[in-house]
Design a protein around this ligand. Structure first.
Ligand SMILES: *[C@@H]1O[C@H](CO)[C@@H](O)[C@H](O)[C@H]1NC(C)=O
Length: 435
């Protein structure tokens, strides 16, 4: 009996080390030797600036950054805005990492014009009285020929996390009109949204054992889930019906800490970050049923937070290379710096002219992939045989920390990065700025 027990335990431990050993070794036990700052497009000192809210200092602790495109009749982008979800009170209220002390101060939505560079908070109208506002994952449908857009966001409200639906009108882009609050017992720990139509979306559920459980279980169990990486989380597909009720369906189960989610431009591919395993899972999507089929995994050199597709279907992934440093920054320990890393992921077949399968594999298996970055991703993550992984930005946290979402505007080459516990938003230009 005893030996059988030991055998079972040893087997479980071996499976655990096989699944999570690499992530735990590199992202919990090893401090990565990152530079102060690095940007792939040139010296970060003259290519990158941190844009701040000079007036009220509220453009802080931003989680998500997305494009809000205005299209003409032929679906050409004629104007591009950027929306941000930020929460200056995140150190007192964060239902993913803790603490949960004070849900009262509202977070903010921001809008930034890529044309004029103007930055403004978005005013909420028709917002339910007494309802908290702590936006994390957001997504908005493009506006076509001046029509209003639906905006959905995950709200870390005090009793439970909800999804808020708003309308944004291009005629008045700094005002979001609240439509409804969606609540469901399926929304255990909703995190990130990827719209599949103006009224339907994929939604990640990032933990099963959440920080919301009674103390002390919430912090202990959710931390065990974060580091241990059991496959307890999922992606759902939600359809909002005209009467405001929802149709919920599980689209992919068995993910370890499913975090950011993004849909490719053609709607045929879905990417989701597994933060605990430092991986991105890619699925093929059936647009008629929203069913997902696992396609491939790509390992990244950090705990992946959010994923965003660019115009050319390159995926930008941002995240946290060292969990203990991130936790120290969350807890505001003196001198704590949370490092940042962002990479692009591009399928090799798409970026290669022809080339046999064998050539593709030998090319990507070359030891020195990502050879330009001061700390190459190849030191931490084994090469992918399917995708090219390249560092766009990295920092030990002194230039810009706690990276949560990266975004590239391929029309201009400008790179944007939000930091979950940073002040302001990092913007890196393809050419030097202040010289
Ligand atoms: C979430 O909290 C709100 C506000 O207390 C409540 O109205 C709603 O029923 C709750 N939802 C669930 C699924 O428990």
């Amino acid at each position: 009996m005893f030996y059988r027990f030991v055998a079972v335990l040893t087997t479980l431990l071996a499976i655990y080390v096989y699944r999570s050993g690499r992530a735990v070794f590199y992202h919990v036990l090893t401090v990565p030797n990152l530079p102060e700052g690095y940007f792939a497009g040139g010296d970060y000192r003259d290519h990158c600036v941190v844009i701040k809210d000079e007036k009220d200092d509220r453009l802080n602790h931003c989680e998500h950054i997305i494009f809000w495109d205005h299209l003409d009749e032929e679906d050409h982008v004629i104007n591009r805005f950027i929306l941000l979800s930020c929460d200056p009170g995140r150190r007192e209220w964060n239902t993913v990492m803790g603490p949960m002390n004070d849900p009262d101060p509202f977070g903010d939505l921001w809008i930034y014009s890529t044309e004029t560079g103007s930055l403004s908070p978005v005013a909420l109208t028709n917002y339910p009285e007494g309802h908290d506002f702590h936006p994390i994952g957001i997504d908005v449908y493009p506006s076509k020929a001046g029509a209003p857009s639906n905006l959905f966001l995950v709200n870390q409200a005090r009793e439970n996390s909800t999804i808020e639906q708003f309308v944004l009108d291009p005629a008045q882009p700094t005002v979001a009109t609240h439509v409804r609050t969606l609540t469901s017992s399926y929304f255990v720990a909703p995190n990130s949204i990827a719209l599949t139509s103006p009224t339907s979306f994929y939604l990640t559920n990032e933990h099963l054992m959440t920080y919301r459980l009674p103390r002390p279980f919430g912090s202990i169990l959710s931390t065990i889930e974060t580091i241990g990486g059991p496959p307890l989380t999922w992606i759902a597909h939600i359809t909002v019906l005209p009467d405001g009720s929802i149709k919920h369906k599980f689209a992919a189960l068995g993910i370890a800490f499913a975090n950011g989610v993004a849909l490719s431009r053609d709607g045929l591919h879905l990417a989701v970050a597994s933060s605990s395993l430092a991986k991105v899972h890619f699925y093929r999507r059936d647009p008629s049923t929203n069913d997902l089929t696992p396609d491939r995994d790509v390992i990244v050199p950090f705990g992946a937070d959010n994923v965003m597709y660019g115009d050319d279907d390159t995926l930008i992934v941002a995240g946290h290379p060292h969990f203990p440093s991130f936790v120290a920054a969350v807890e505001n320990k003196p001198g704590a710096k949370a490092p940042s890393w962002a990479v692009s992921i591009r399928p090799i077949a798409a970026s290669e002219d022809g080339g046999s399968e064998g050539q593709k594999i030998s090319r990507s298996k070359k030891a020195g992939y990502d050879s330009r970055a001061p700390l190459s991703a190849s030191v931490i993550a084994p090469a992918s045989s399917t995708d090219e992984v390249e560092t766009i930005f990295q920092s030990d946290g002194s230039v810009y920390g706690a990276a949560s979402t990266g975004l590239i505007d391929s029309r201009t080459g400008i790179f944007y990065l939000t930091g979950l516990y940073e002040d302001g938003v990092l913007v890196c230009y393809p050419g030097p700025r202040n010289v």
